[in-house]
Design a protein around this ligand. Structure first.
Ligand code: ARG
Length: 541
């Protein structure tokens, strides 16, 4: 037996940088209400359009963002030595790869949009999918956006105002982060096209940044060329690369979280599997091409850092690329790298805001959160038409507006997402948030991969176009279990908050979903019934 195509999630528009159409937005307003039944066709999944290359840029586009330019401090200082740090980068890359391979099997077996939310619902029941959605809306999406925004702020402040300002007050950097987030949110509220078009633009920055660092690193190591020769790292030449390696497993776990942050986003294609032309073939291909590439790129970048920067500089800086530019090319170099990296972060922020808004939107559509958040745009959007006469205005509007005009976007969802993210920006910092985010996300990755194993046992004859080696999910489960349990010792406060969030989802599930299921056996969208008025009231809030 196999799962037919229906979708719980309208991730239509998660295709930001590449769907080429970028205007698949029409489906947003009209898609039918999905239940978790099989067989309900989703409008957007009738036009399957995504290919292998689309999948590739979806994954790579989200993975490379802020992490490779900011995680090295956390990785190196917790691992204790350059050699150990490189091991952490390899291990976290391979862990991400095993997770992604497991997700590729899940995506082939359950070829629906929505990622973990759908897998958990199908395998363990709707409650599991609900808890995931709840945590994604309140913790995962805003938490990850906050991390990227904070790094964006630090790079901008270092480039424009200088390092002293950053040391003077963390609020300058947080203020810039909030402003950047505001800009991104506003852009995504104006039109979907504005969001997708800028995504294309910012893709460029991350490659330039990563490439520049790798090339300069190789040049410096080979020729000894540098602007500031005195500041060059000497350590890598003679000392033992493993001197000082940490022997505390909790610190290794924290280092791994920082590494995993840089690789996070490998599940991105799973959110749009329902729209892939041939997911059984292309999803595993996507994973087995992109992950090795990213791992290689990250190792090279880290070698460059080690070749150029002394260990104590790497250990202390969230903005390692600035220090790198300073040593290799002087002040101009550091400003240029800082701008490129903030461009990369801005692009990642845009991408994650884009999907974040849609996630909140679909949670609203499901009835998980108030339906206000599943409202599209403002009334004005309906009266929109492309101006006829002035051709320049016309071309500009065509370029920037969606088919429904401006503001035909999930504005309320975006605003909610903005405020949740702002809270994390205000109370958190990079190191705390990556561990916090890591615990929460790896709990759910773990659950989904346990689901894969469950599914193999429970439904052995289910059609699986791609079957990963059974060791893969087992390894992934063991390592993520280690990570989560270590975090409880290393950072008990953060782990506790994650568990509180998840626990808070349980009564919420009962309120939003369980109660209506148990009470009347009625599903969303059913009409009539004795307590309809009542029911309406609850449904609304
Ligand atoms: N790996 C990305 C970075 O380095 C972060 C990805 C965030 N994850 C996500 N699902 N939005 O910035």
């Amino acid at each position: 037996r196999s799962y037919s195509v229906s979708s719980a999630f309208d991730f239509n528009n998660a295709l930001f940088p590449l769907s080429a159409s970028g205007d698949g937005y029409a489906a947003l307003g009209t898609s039918s209400t999905p239940n978790f039944d099989l067989g309900g066709q989703q409008s957007l999944e009738k036009h399957k359009s995504l290919t292998f290359l689309n999948g590739l840029s979806l994954v790579v586009g989200l993975i490379i963002g802020s992490g490779i330019f900011s995680s090295p401090a956390s990785v190196n200082s917790n691992a204790g030595s350059p050699g150990a740090a490189l091991i952490v980068w390899v291990v976290s890359g391979v862990l991400a790869w095993t997770g992604a391979a497991s997700y590729a099997e899940l995506g082939g077996a359950i070829p629906l949009n929505g990622g973990a939310q759908v897998y958990l619902s199908k395998i363990f029941g709707e409650w599991a999918g609900f808890l995931f959605t709840w945590c994604a809306v309140t913790v995962l999406k805003p938490g990850s956006a906050a991390i990227i925004a904070i790094i964006f702020g630090e790079y901008i402040v270092r480039a424009i105002i200088g390092a002293d300002a950053l040391d003077a007050s963390p609020w300058i950097n947080k203020g810039v982060a909030l402003l950047g987030l505001l800009l991104v949110t506003a852009m995504n509220c104006v039109s979907t096209k504005l969001g997708t078009r800028s995504a294309d633009l910012f893709m460029f920055f991350k490659f330039v940044g990563l490439l520049a660092i790798t090339i300069f690193g190789i040049v410096v190591a080979a020729t000894g060329f540098a602007y500031d020769k005195d500041a060059l790292s000497q350590t890598w030449k003679h000392t033992n690369w493993f001197e000082g390696t940490s022997n505390s497993s909790s610190r290794w776990a924290v280092a791994l979280y920082a590494g995993l942050w840089a690789y996070d986003g490998w599940d991105n294609t799973n959110y749009v599997v329902g729209e892939m032309i041939n997911p059984g073939r292309d999803l595993p291909r996507t994973i087995h091409t992109s992950l090795p590439l990213v791992i290689l790129a990250y190792i090279l970048a880290n070698l460059s850092y080690i070749f150029v920067l002394p260990a104590d500089v790497i250990n202390k800086s969230n903005t390692v690329a600035v220090a790198f530019g300073q040593v290799v090319l002087g002040r101009m170099g550091s400003i240029m790298l800082a701008l490129v990296v903030s461009g990369s972060c801005f692009g990642a922020l845009n991408a994650t805001t884009f999907t974040g808004g849609r996630l909140v939107y679909s949670a609203g559509k499901e009835g998980y959160i108030p339906s206000l958040f599943a409202t599209i745009g403002v009334a004005r959007a309906k009266q929109y038409r492309v101006p006829r006469r002035n051709s320049r205005t016309r071309r500009l509007t065509r370029f920037l507006a969606d088919d429904q005009g401006f503001f035909a976007t999930p504005i309320y969802a975006m605003v909610l997402n903005y405020f949740l993210t702002a809270i994390y920006i205000i109370i958190g910092d990079f190191a705390t948030l990556t561990t916090f985010y890591g615990v929460a996300s790896y709990l759910f990755y773990f659950a989904a991969v346990v689901g894969l194993i469950t599914l193999r046992i429970r439904e052995p004859e289910l059609e699986r176009p791609y079957k990963c080696w059974i060791v893969t999910p087992v390894v992934f489960c063991c390592v993520s279990l280690f990570l989560v349990s270590r975090a409880i010792f290393a950072k008990p406060g953060q782990a506790l908050i994650v568990f509180v969030f998840i626990a808070a989802g349980v009564p919420l599930y009962w309120w939003r979903v369980g109660w209506r299921k148990a009470g009347s056996g009625r599903k969303r969208g059913d009409k009539g019934g004795e307590n309809e008025g009542w029911w309406r009231f609850w449904r609304r809030w």
